[in-house]
Ligand binder design. Sequence first.
Ligand code: GLN
Ligand code: ZN
Length: 757
Amino acid sequence: MKTSIIGYPRIGELRELKFASEKYFRGEIGAEDLEKTAKAIRSRNLELQVKAGLDFIPSNDFSFYDGVLDTAFLLGAVPERYTALGLSELDTYFAAARGYQGEKGDVKALAMKKWYNTNYHYMVPEIDDSTELKLVGTKPFELFSEALAEGVRTKPVIIGAYTFLKLARYTGKRTAEDFIDAAAGAYIDLLKKLAQLGAEWVQFDEPSLVKDLTDEDISLFVSLYKKILTDKHGVKVIAQTYFGDVRDCYKELCSLDFDGIGLDFIDGKKSLELVKANDFPKGKVLFAGVVNGKNIWRNNYRLTADIINELKNNADDIVLNTSCSLLHVPCTLSNETKLPESVRKHFAYAEEKLSELAELRKIFEADDPASTEGFKRNAELHSGRRTERNAAVQTKVASLTEKDFVRLPAFAERERIQKERFKLPLFPTTTIGSFPQTAEVKANRSAFRKGELSEAEYERFTEQKIAECIALQEEIGLDVLVHGEFERNDMVEYFGECLDGFIFTEKAWVQSYGTRCVKPPVIWGDISRAKPMTVRWSSYAQSLTDKPVKGMLTGPVTILNWSFPREDISLKESAFQIALAIREEVLDLEANGIKIIQVDEAALREKLPLRKSDWREDYLDWAIPAFRYVHSGVRPETQIHTHMCYSEFADIIRDIDAMDADVITFEASRSDLTILDVLKENNFRTEVGPGVYDIHSPRVPSREEIKTALSRMLGRIEKNKLWVNPDCGLKTRGIEETVPSLKNLVGAAKEVRNENS
Ligand code: GLN
Ligand code: ZN
């Protein structure tokens, strides 16, 4: 039995690529230095995989920003506004990724979207009527040859033609179907070139196949691959799926001329059933995704063995594989110096997953797998309870009833009471919460963590930052203020640290988008709140001003979705446990004079099942109530805000309204504004602040630009329901661009206010 992985983290064990890229963006290093760092990461990854004895080692899983963007550049799907800047190839690429504002022009970045149900984000390729898809890039070839020169014949991985065409946005009249011939031609050329270079296997990633497929989708997929696979030039091709099962196209997938098929047996609820019911084509290799690429727990060999044993009845050539790319887990446990052995032994990051694959291979090669040392040790690890249970929390969750999820009085009455109380101007201005995390802010937090700063010194510093932030917002003229979140490293980690039941890592960074990484906490046991978490900072901020300062919390669904969840209890159970704790904090803030409380559900959509048929039962039926429970106990005059990143929620718009917040802010500036039509069509009740500018990019929006955005919004949103704000928190931005951007925002709101009153 052989072993394989779908991809490896590329950010570097200590986020070397992130830091080098950011230096490059700031002009502190040149392209050569950046490339040197990249190359070092690639060879390190290669070395680890060789050492682990991995049989199929991926290449081209490296990316400077994002793999879908790489594919767009590979296939020549690059909008002219980027190529027209006349920048170097690398800078053109970064312009598409991050936007460009400089002497050569001013362009926004491509849209960015969530990668299926993960917290990774990809850049959305844009295809217009004049786009000619053809093989123009060279990265897969260079990276294949680079590894070959180091003695390793890798398996190049490329986003497959179907998934690429499905992810792209078509700005003209032509649609995916119109690009079948061109795309197929480009992929044929790709195979040919890889064959010439000596590739034996190529992996095409086709995660889009696990979604609900229409007949047109299936025929697009089949047409593409009938063409592409007619002449493989001797290269063996794997169709790699992940994040679910391929129930809508299993038969087509099996009947096409692929040499290997990759299925996900972790997230794919029906994968095993599909293989058993329909058999697996003879002579093809089944890449069986049995090692979870999304979570950090050690594999349970007994469960894996059960799957493999069943598969053996139908498939004669099985390769042990991860369920998806290891991009979604941290690099290595070896940099975790503080985890006690009792915890560490339950964890497996990317590097440890490589050794799990190696160990599993050994186990399955034995005559009696269950009698091997490795198997027994693993069984021992998974026996018994890992942690004490919290009976009080479990009982409380079990006793929640319908009325616990209902806030009274109803929305309209609260809206009236709150308008009366706050007397805010038309189009109130606010921000999403965080202010720039300057080097100084980060240095202080880290000095405190290291014990170089006393608690009193740290608190004095934080208070000073809050005071500056309040003063700045008053000077800019914002209506509803925030304290700036200077005490927070991250919106989830911060709460995890204050709550019981979480475990923290030092270096478990996972790429979220581009150079941005997150370090998800681990839900280890039952969750409870030991003490108030934010009251101190919020009350201090509120004491400095007469304007309302929003209390700022992260919601239960987001905390859950941005953590590594337990596998021994349901997500629902964990969500309710967290909701209990956040509700206590909400009530504490209210009792301490905070009049507006924002509960961020930035990641609400994150774990929405990829298939609509699973949405309610598997997710929304507990996720929305968990949020409602958090605020159902506040007084009518307390205003509850929520915030969501990415406005891709047209299809769950009623559920969002049913969260029953008083105000919601969300990202809108990067995506087209169709979401506004959806709000209108659905008579969206909650007041809304669609982001008027993109905070993911350093460019400063002009006042005119913001006015234009606002007037488009006004066409669709009642004027007394519209809020004005950036599309997300400002923590990743510099203060230089933040101040002028917010001044333009307030200026634009004032002008529009004048025109409308
Ligand atoms: N309140 C958070 C902030 O402003 C929200 C962040 C987010 O939505 N990702 O940073
Ligand atoms: Zn956000």
